[in-house]
Design a protein around this ligand. Structure first.
Ligand code: NAD
Length: 706
């Protein structure tokens, strides 16, 4: 044996999994083969009365199946055989004829949790590293080693669906509350408690589990209740996925089928769905995104050979909307000391309040303890002077979007901080090089472009200039990652990546409105394409004033292709800035959207209604073409970075894999033809990017190897 060690004492076998040469335990071919052999031995050994399954890794129980093995599956048949043999192995745990206890510390996910569910009893540590879940749908597949059968039987249909359909991962305490875990213990006594439970089980004791009360009986425990739960779940999945992701529907079917016809038939259904999904395009795309984000986590933006420096103290200039979001997130995620500076005490107090709310929210969601909450709160401070800035390791500026203001602020700032302090701007549109022009040491300056709301949006663009020193880049990337962000390093060109590819798309949406196409048709079309919200809703959320300002800057840099829509100015002049003023394209009341505002058409001078033709092509191709142009200009370092940033920064539909992947799928020839047709109808802004024309001529693409 290489992965498992077995020891037996007092009739209890301790089976410790510690996969050699890997930081985490995962279910590989070796693990499967060894477990198979061990279960045979244990079943035959009369001296063994019960088994405890443990992990030898510091922070994982079993992180899941080996994704590399799953990706290597080439055909439906191969996938079916693969998953059926996995099921057979897991089935051997309950068929052992002896109780098995899973003693869980660290991540217990996917196939790891499915193995644990097949055990008789589950003890887990109450530790932040201990998490349990079935995240398969996030990779476009379903739990198919019995998860769709055993979880609903253990915790009831509603709880099981809630976890499986969203691919939720729960902290140990929540898993305990939901009945997935039987006992919660301190890590120091995990093994002892596991062995005790095994001894009791061997002696004939069986745990009694809660049934979920009357509600559980009505909804989980009888066919009529279950039918209702399943039909509601199906509707919810359809609403959330727009029908673009088959896995949650298949999981629902596998669960339902198993409840109707029994575990064995349910398992067969699970396997068939898995086989279809595993070799399907959606799963392949989602797995590609998973690999890309994993690779990005190890990437220091081209500065791999320098060590990132530690950031302990963070200064923030401007405690407004973005500054407070960055500060609150930094405290909650990285536990750094945060000092705000703003021009007035009222602004400082408001910013501190907003940052506190982010930390409070963590407590409310039980992500942190009361003690941690107090400690984090104590790390937030602010004022109108420079106190606290001298010792800062990094200062992020988030004052008004105005070059003169930024220049003034950075000049003052450089005189206040230490020589080794990194200076960053959160500007959305101003080239960092221009801001850095006033610095004595511009090599320590870069952009850290967060997205709003900072605590929720997963992307951070780190913008490097020609002068930025590698250690500065490495440190900013590393720090961004500590904040829980996916970090993409971007070159300092106007609009950077995200706002640049977004601008022609949003402009075109505005143009469609001015032409008379209804707002509902535009937003509806892009939601159907797979975006979380339509472009007009997005404009309202971002703020029409912010959007307009940004499009002027891009227009100046890139010319007519980025010309803003004339009508937008009228809306901004009328004080209709979007959600924040209660009126934009839509009306808002008490934070809720109340439908399209009919007076928009008047303000924009819209005449008759226009047919809703070509909305999708006009919007999507504007973004695809710009992405090709920006990549060709070297704004991002690779198609991978560009696609990930579009997915995490804009919500580009993940199942499409990003704008550049979409171009590859369509084929450059088709994209160029389409762009030319659009250009002849709507104007030269659709002139195909030279790189696309080249690709069409040469038959090449952005991702040649996949
Ligand atoms: P905001 O108006 O909410 O906040 C700006 C804050 O800066 C205000 O509290 C103001 O009092 C303060 N301030 C102004 N001059 C100052 C000075 N000299 N010293 C200290 N504080 C000063 O604006 P915001 O939306 O937070 O935007 C801030 C920056 O972030 C801008 O550069 C903007 O382009 C960028 N940004 C905004 C968003 C967004 O969605 N709002 C997204 C990404 C980036």
């Amino acid at each position: 044996m290489t992965a498992f060690t077995l020891s037996v004492a007092d009739g209890i076998a301790r089976l410790v999994l510690d996969l050699p040469g890997e930081p985490v335990n995962k279910i590989t071919r070796t693990v499967r083969d060894e477990l198979e052999a061990l279960l045979t031995t244990l079943g035959r050994d009369a001296a063994v009365r019960a088994v405890v399954l443990l992990s030898g890794k510091p922070d994982t129980f079993i992180a899941g199946a080996d994704i590399d093995e799953f990706v290597a599956l080439r055909s439906r048949e191969e996938a079916y055989t693969f998953v059926r043999s996995g099921q057979a192995l897991i089935n051997r745990i309950p068929e052992l004829g002896k109780p098995v206890v899973a003693a869980i510390h660290g991540a217990c996910l996917g196939g790891g949790l499915e193995a644990a569910l097949a055990c008789t009893y589950r003890v887990a540590t109450e530790h932040e590293k201990t998490t349990l879940g079935l995240p398969e749908v996030q990779l476009g597949i379903i739990p198919a080693a019995g998860g769709c059968q055993r979880l609903p039987r253990l915790v009831g249909l509603r709880t099981a669906l809630d976890m499986i359909l969203a691919g939720k991962v729960l902290p140990a305490r929540q898993a305990y509350r939901r009945g997935i875990v039987d006992e919660l213990v301190h890590p120091a006594i995990l093994e002892r408690v596991g062995v005790d439970a095994a001894l009791r089980l061997a002696g004939g004791w069986r745990p009694t589990r809660a049934t979920g009360g009357l509600k559980g009986l009505l909804l989980d425990g009888n066919p009529a209740g279950r039918a209702l739960v399943l039909s509601l779940a199906r509707k919810q999945v359809l609403r959330k996925t727009g029908g673009h992701y088959p896995a949650p529907f298949d999981a629902l079917d596998a669960v339902e089928h198993g409840l109707r016809h029994g575990v064995a038939v349910g398992l067969e259904r699970e396997a068939r769905h898995f086989a279809d999904l595993a070799v399907g395009e959606v799963s392949r795309t989602l797995v590609g995104i998973f690999f890309a984000t994993t690779a990005l986590k190890k990437d220091l933006g081209g500065a791999e050979d320098v060590a990132p420096r530690a950031i302990g103290r963070l200064g923030i200039l401007g405690a407004g909307f973005m500054g407070s979001g960055i500060g609150g997130t930094a405290v909650a995620q990285a536990g750094v000391d945060v000092r705000f500076r703003d021009t007035g005490l009222v602004a400082v107090a408001k910013g501190l309040g907003a940052a506190h709310r982010i930390v409070d929210d963590r407590l409310k969601r039980k992500r942190i303890t009361k003690y941690e909450h107090r400690r984090m709160t104590a790390l937030l401070s602010g004022g109108t002077d420079w106190s606290g800035f001298r010792r800062a390791d990094l200062v992020i500026e988030a004052v008004f979007e105005d070059l003169a203001v930024k220049h003034r602020v950075f000049r003052e700032l450089e005189a206040q901080v230490g020589e080794e302090c990194i200076l960053a701007s959160n500007t959305s549109t101003i080239p960092i090089t221009r801001i850095a022009g006033v610095l004595r040491r511009p090599e320590r300056m870069l952009g850290m472009h967060f997205f709003s709301p900072v605590e929720k949006m997963p992307l951070l663009e780190v913008i490097v200039t020609a002068q930025t020193a590698p250690w500065v880049t490495a440190t900013a990337v590393h720090f961004g990652r500590r904040l829980g962000k996916t970090v993409v390093v971007v070159r300092d060109e106007t609009g950077f990546w995200v706002n640049r590819i977004l601008a022609p798309y949003l402009n075109e949406a505005g143009r469609l409105v001015t032409e008379g196409v209804t707002i509902e048709a535009i937003d509806g079309c892009m939601k159907r394409y797979g975006f979380p919200v339509g472009p007009i809703t997005l404009l309202d959320e971002v703020g029409l004033d912010v959007g307009l300002k940004s499009s002027h800057v891009l227009h100046e840099a890139f010319g007519d292709r980025m010309a803003p829509v004339a009508g937008l100015e009228a809306l901004v002049r009328a004080g209709r800035l979007g959600r924040k003023t209660g009126r934009g394209f839509y009306r808002y009341d008490g934070g809720r959207r109340r439908g399209v505002d009919p007076s928009v058409r008047e303000l924009l001078g819209v005449t008759g209604p226009a047919p809703a033709a070509e909305i999708e092509d006009r919007l999507v191709y504007a973004m695809l073409n710009e992405a090709a142009l920006a990549l060709d200009a070297g704004v991002v370092r690779s198609p991978r970075d560009g696609d990930i940033a579009a997915i995490f920064g804009i919500g580009f539909p993940p199942f499409r894999g990003g704008p550049l992947r979409t171009i590859d799928r369509l084929g450059a020839t088709r994209v160029v033809d389409r762009l030319r047709r659009l250009a002849s109808h709507y104007g030269p802004r659709y002139t195909p990017a030279p790189v696309l024309v080249r690709q069409a001529e040469q038959g090449s693409c952005f991702y040649p190897n996949t």
